[in-house]
Design a protein around this ligand. Structure first.
Ligand code: NAD
Length: 372
């Protein structure tokens, strides 16, 4: 019998609405074809569209739905028409509230290079072709949140800015477990990147990850790497990595670096995970493309839906344990690219330019073929 999963769709604003429509086609496909899973979807507003209707960037009712669902699919928020709304109601506030209230402490950013796009990378084809790295970034602690965080004026009139990097054993242990769990489903290797040579939090990260590894995942290979060396090695020999585990600040930088090896913003998915539920063991989770609402192309049917579709593939894999279905979605994306279909953001000479719907439909057709 098929397991029923609850999925909340929050398309948001701009191209979020257009790219989520392509994910809805895939959901309808699985609901019709899969004998393993059924998705019960609900939708709601977030960002500017929620502000226009309700005067807030996400309502309490939408938050209740997000807390009760198995996974949230998020599109994108924002646009110039909301630039002047009160700060606490700006579109991004809805996204931040979701991350905070769901306590999504682990951010997963894959860097996958589809062979068909290897020549579009700034690195040489042989370095990036077939690349598949997962950056696991701690999302709720560290330098961006530590107190004190301030700019003070000193007695001599000079100013001093302070940010504080703080981590506890619990915060490091729980994200290390996410990284080890992921590695087990991949190539079984975790690189822990920190600066234990100059930072106390770096020493704690290295020690706690080592202890968690021993107690929780001795079967996974663990390497420690200085974060600056990791940044270099990502450019020199990126395929040596499988899962890279790191804190909030280094993760922000390393995930963008890894992502840019693979081309356009329109290709980049992400997931954010929280703690496992005490009863079901399932983690709270939100899946979203890395890109924003792209006001310059919104409403024109030009957006690349692949980042949002690949985010849905991550939901299949990490929230619903449907790894082979996720593989099929990713294979469908790769073969559509192999056939030469391109949205404007990834267009190359000699390829066929398509819009959002054509790209989404081509991926669905390929998925149908792979599933037959
Ligand atoms: P953006 O990601 O929206 O767009 C940057 C550039 O990339 C634009 O030229 C856009 O056309 C292009 N692009 C992005 N996604 C694309 C896709 N799927 N297909 C084709 N081209 C794509 O970033 P921005 O322009 O800095 O921000 C626009 C709005 O989005 C702002 O209001 C910003 O605050 C918001 N934003 C939201 C999120 C989010 O919801 N997670 C993230 C970043 C920015």
């Amino acid at each position: 019998m098929a397991t029923t999963y609850k999925l909340l769709l929050l398309p948001g604003d701009g191209i979020g609405i257009e790219t989520m429509a392509e994910v809805e086609r895939l959901i309808a496909f699985f609901n019709k074809k899969s004998n393993k899973a059924r998705f019960e979807t609900q939708s709601d507003l977030v960002g500017g569209s929620a502000y226009d209707k309700h005067g807030v960037s996400i309502t309490d009712e939408a938050m209740k739905k997000a807390l009760a669902t198995d996974a949230v699919m998020f599109g994108a928020v924002g646009g110039p028409q909301w630039d002047k709304v009160p700060y606490e109601h700006r579109p991004e506030a809805g996204l931040l509230r979701l991350r905070k209230d769901l306590d999504l402490f682990a951010n997963l950013r894959p860097a996958i290079c589809y062979p068909a796009l290897a020549d579009a990378s700034a690195l040489k084809r042989e370095l990036v072709e077939g690349l598949d790295i997962m950056i696991v970034r701690e999302l709720t602690g560290g330098t961006y949140f530590g107190e004190p965080k301030e700019i003070v004026t000193l007695e001599n009139g000079e100013k001093r800015g302070v940010d504080t990097t703080v981590y506890t054993t619990r915060e490091i242990d729980r994200i290390a477990k996410v990284a080890f769990d992921l590695a087990r489903r991949r190539r079984n290797l975790v690189h822990q990147a920190a600066k234990w040579n100059v930072m106390k939090t770096g020493v704690l990260w290295r020690d706690v990850v080592t202890a968690t590894h021993k107690a929780y995942a001795p079967d996974v290979r663990l390497e420690h790497i200085l974060a600056d060396n990791c940044a270099m090695q990502l450019l020199r020999n990126p395929k040596q990595f499988d899962v890279v585990l790191t804190d909030n600040l280094f993760g922000d930088i390393l995930s963008d670096e890894a992502a840019m090896m693979t081309g356009s913003l329109g290709m980049l998915p992400s997931a954010s995970l929280g703690a496992p539920d005490a009863k079901t063991g399932r983690r709270k989770a939100m899946y979203e493309p890395v890109h924003g609402s792209a006001p310059d192309i919104a409403g024109k049917g030009l957006a690349n839906p692949i980042a949002t579709i690949a985010s849905f593939a991550m939901a299949l894999r990490y929230s619903f344990d449907l790894g082979s279905e996720a593989d099929k979605v990713e294979t469908a994306i790769a073969s559509v690219l192999d056939k030469g279909l391109r949205t404007g953001d990834i267009m190359q000479p000699g390829m066929t330019k398509v819009g959002t719907t054509e790209m989404g439909k081509a991926i669905l057709d390929e998925l149908t073929r792979l599933t037959a």
